[in-house]
Design a protein around this ligand. Structure first.
Ligand code: FES
Length: 170
């Protein structure tokens, strides 16, 4: 009986790998491009499921252990699903002294989740991160590509409510 391991490795259950294909075709054979392929994959899918990591390893001809090693080494990579909007709450020094712990408390209470979990409506996940590089705006957070600064507890919750309203309206 023939073995179908290679076929299995070339599919990633529940993930449309076609979205990553243009990038893989361009970079799969280029040495040193594993991190940028993983970054692109995370940009497309929001996180990196294990089936996708195996697929990338197979397509790039690198051992799965190496791919998994890279993903677990760099904190930028996510191996758990996230909500539609990823909130990055800055807990760097400038933000911390300007009240970021209280912002986290307000965000956590509003969403009803702990760090890394998905809110019940599927819209948000929040993660604490080190300096976002915009300390003059402290305390700050990013949601997707947008940066929000000068936060108070009320302002942070208002921003979340606005996004919720836009999402449910559209
Ligand atoms: S410490 Fe928060 S942006 Fe720098």
């Amino acid at each position: 009986m023939g073995c179908s391991c290679s076929e299995k490795q070339l599919s990633a259950p529940g993930v449309d790998t076609a979205l990553l294909e243009p990038y893989l075709s361009q970079y799969a054979d280029k040495e040193g491009s594993l991190i940028s392929v993983l970054q692109k994959a995370q940009e497309i899918y929001g996180w990196l499921p294990s089936g996708l990591l195996l697929y990338i390893a197979r397509r790039m001809g690198v051992p799965p252990a190496k791919v998994i090693g890279v993903v677990t080494f760099y904190t930028q990579f996510r191996t758990k699903p996230v909500g539609k909007h990823l909130i990055l709450l800055c807990q760097g020094t400038a933000c911390h002294v300007n009240g970021s712990p209280a912002i986290e408390e307000a965000v956590r209470e509003h969403l009803g989740v702990e760090e890394g979990e998905i809110s019940a409506n599927g819209l948000f996940t929040y993660n604490n991160v080190a300096c976002l590089g915009c300390c003059s705006l402290a305390p700050a957070m990013m949601i997707g590509e947008s940066t929000y600064g000068g936060l108070t507890k009320e302002k942070a919750v208002k921003i979340l409510k606005e996004i919720e309203r836009e999402d449910t309206a559209g």
